[in-house]
Structure formats: C-alpha cells, structure tokens
Design a protein around this ligand. Structure first.
Ligand code: GLA
Length: 408
C-alpha cells in the first residue's frame, strides 16, 4: 500500500492472520490426525496479479507484462500423517474439501476445491513426494474479479504441499504444474501468465514474460512518479463459459492459414502485422480481427516494457489505450462497464493510460497514473460509474509485490 496516499482502500489487502490461525484451530483442532508428522502451523502467501498490457497473447506464445499485487491468498496449513488433504476457505465457510493423496484424485464438489485437487494431482504426477495437509484458505482477492484469485489458490496450495513435505520446486515449473491443474481440473484452457507472475513476481517490478521460453525481464516501477490503480467493475468475470476457449480456437484457425504459406509459423507470435494484412482475403473477417489484435498486442507489449523502463509514461499510456480499443473492437472481450471505466479514467488529468485487464467480460481495469491524480480519479469514477450502472466500483492503489512465499 502506498504510504502517504489518502485514497480510501476498500477492504484490507492482507487477511488478519491471527484470526485466520484461530479459525484454523477451531476447524481442525490442536493436532492434525494420522500419525507423527510435524505439528507446526505454516503460513503461505500468494499474491493476485494485474496485467499492465499483453492480453490474450500468452496462449499465442507471445508477450505479457503483469505485476503481482497486494491483495492475496494466505494458506494456513499443517501436515497430516495419513495422506488426507482437508481444506477450508474463508470465502466458503460452511464447506470442507476432502481428498486422499493415496487414491486417484478426481474433480468434485465443492468446485472451488478443484484448483487444489488439480495441483496435488499434478505434483504427484510429477513424481514429487507429498504428505497430507489440513489447510484454511483466506482471500483478500475478489473471487471472479479477474485478478487471478484462482492462480493464487493454485500456487499457494502447491507451495503449501511442498513446504509441508520438505520439498522445493523451481517457480517456473510450479507455475506450469498449476496451469495444467487449471486446464484439467477447472476446465479453463488458460495461458501461463497468471501462474507465472503469482509464483515469480518481484517487489516493485513488473515482469515482461516471453511466454514461448518463459524468459523474464523485470522493469522497475518508480513509486515517486507512478501509481497503479485497479478498478473493479463489480461485474463478475467468468472464464469457464466458452468464450475464452473460442478465442483460443480462432487463433488456431489463423495459425493454420498462415502455415499454408509458411510452415515455420507455430503460433501467432511468429507473424507480423504485414503478414496479417497480406492474408486478409484468406481469413474470415472474425479470424482476421482476432489475429490483428494478438499480433498488434505483442508489439505494443514489448514497446510498453521498453518505454516504461525509459520512464516515457505518456507513450506507455497510449499503448494501454490502444490495447483496450483492440480488445474491445477486434478481440471482443470487453463489456460496456469496462469501456466506460476506461473512457472516464482517460478524462481525468494525470492519468497516463487505462485498459481492461485479464481475460475480460467483466472484472477490472488498470490505470497508470501520476500520484497526485489518484484522488481525483477515485472520486470521478465513484460518482459517474455509480450513477450510470448503479454499482459501486472498487478503486484501489497497489504496489508491485513479490511472488508467492512461505511467511511462517
Ligand atoms: C486469463 C488467463 C490468462 C490470459 C488472460 C488474458 O487471465 O488465465 O492465461 O490468457 O486471461 O490475457
């Protein structure tokens, strides 16, 4: 949280860990069952993420530019000796997820447990020895808010299971296992952005991630000059409902057409805008526009990382707005609420740029602003958005935080 910033924060950024530990003991008792394993209660944190630019490029082998944020997931956990996993959640207080590491782990209900079931299954499939776990998940990330609460739950579960078993895993590999868990257990064919930034973020930095080879370039955000503001539209974002998978499929259709003339094209990453224009007649209008978005977005993302490092904030802001327009018109993943928030943000003096962030169809926008513009932006959006849509937006400032870690 930015010190000296008078913007009201809606809700705490970190869960109250003393209260969560008490709740953990209340649910699971003073001693986890199943034999002589450590009694120590461990605390893991995994942040959410916001993507500054580079949307719907990760599953096209392209570039993304996210940072880890202050709202987070905390997992309070303790080992069990009988190979059972039991999970509670502060978001779903009356439900307990239970499964055994010694049997085939199936998807099941309650469905929020599928992220953790999936991660445990992937760790086992990766040959990593695990012990059972009692765990309580606490969350200050809005569920369905497009700030990667699911990736944070996955990475926290993975790190919790590894910590209790005394194991370690490279964060890039952990992210890949969590992505696979999301594909197979949550049914969302996501890219690699969310899990990577949640696992490997760096405090005070945004991360330019090359999703083809997982290479990472960190760019420092200067807190004297910049604030990152997130505005939750309060329209719930839902990725499992088909649209996301459809976009992936349409990108694949584009790749197939480019491959007819150039077999070296493996993904839209390998195509430039001239090639997209040249192929216009051979692509349907829809696939043409999808490809134009992805290819243009890759260029914008690489340029944004460079210009941010050079502190050319106006240019970064322009690129963010172009990104939003392309997501709205070519990729068609925005919605009226997000469009309105971006348009209204851009009317406020001192706002460099704004755009929808994450998968789309609701969720959040992100704005890059001068520190002194934060109050005016907050007030402007509260007043106008509420009047137009009858919803209170959640506006908050966040610094870039480190990726997931073991706290205790
Ligand atoms: C979701 C997915 C990511 C990415 C974004 C869009 O957040 O989980 O992998 O594709 O949408 O950029």
């Amino acid at each position: 949280m930015t010190i000296g910033d008078r913007t009201p924060k809606v809700g705490p950024m970190q869960p109250d860990i003393t209260a969560i530990k008490e709740k953990f003991l209340h649910i699971f008792g003073p001693d986890s069952g199943g034999g002589p394993v450590g009694k120590k209660v461990r605390v893991i944190r995994a942040p959410g993420r916001v993507n500054l630019i580079g949307e719907h490029t990760d599953y096209n082998d392209g570039f993304v530019f996210p940072m880890a944020i202050e709202p987070e997931v905390r997992l309070v956990c303790r080992a069990r000796g009988d190979g059972m996993v039991r999970l509670g959640s502060t978001v779903y207080p009356h439900e307990l997820v239970e499964f055994s590491l010694q049997k085939k782990i199936e998807r099941g209900s309650p469905s929020w447990g599928n992220y953790s079931r999936g991660v445990a299954a992937q760790l086992i499939a990766g040959g990593i020895p695990l012990v059972g776990m009692d765990a309580l998940v606490a969350n200050t990330l809005p569920v369905g808010g497009g700030l990667s609460s699911s990736a944070a739950v996955e990475v926290a579960t993975g790190l919790g299971l590894l910590t209790l078993a005394g194991g370690k895993l490279d964060t890039t590999r952990l992210a890949l296992l969590c992505q696979k868990a999301e594909h197979e257990y949550a049914g969302v064919p996501c890219g690699i952005m969310d899990q990577t930034i949640v696992a490997s973020g760096r405090a005070e930095h945004a991360m330019l991630l090359d999703c083809r080879d997982s290479s990472k370039t960190f760019v420092k955000l200067n807190p004297q000059e910049l604030r990152v503001v997130i505005v939750n539209s309060m329209v719930r974002h839902e990725l499992s409902g088909g649209e996301y998978a459809q976009r992936r499929h349409q990108c694949g259709e584009g790749v197939a057409v480019f491959r007819e003339t150039d077999p070296h094209v493996k993904a839209l990453r390998d195509v430039n805008l001239e090639q997209v224009q040249a192929a216009k007649q051979r692509l349907s209008d829809l696939v043409f526009r999808r490809c134009r978005h992805v290819v243009g977005e890759n260029q914008r993302t690489v340029e944004a990382a460079k210009t941010l490092a050079a502190q050319r904030y106006e240019r970064v802001g322009d690129l963010m707005v172009q990104s939003h327009e392309s997501l709205r018109d070519d990729y068609e993943v925005s919605c009226p609420e997000l469009d309105y928030l971006v348009d209204e943000s851009m009317k406020v003096k001192g706002v460099y740029g704004a755009r929808m962030t994450g998968g789309g169809f609701g969720g959040c926008i992100v704005a890059l602003v001068q520190p002194r513009a934060v109050d005016a932006l907050t007030q402007h959006l509260h007043k106008n958005y509420t009047a137009k849509f009858g919803l209170q937006p959640n506006v908050f400032v966040t610094t870039a935080t480190a990726g997931a870690s073991v706290v205790e």
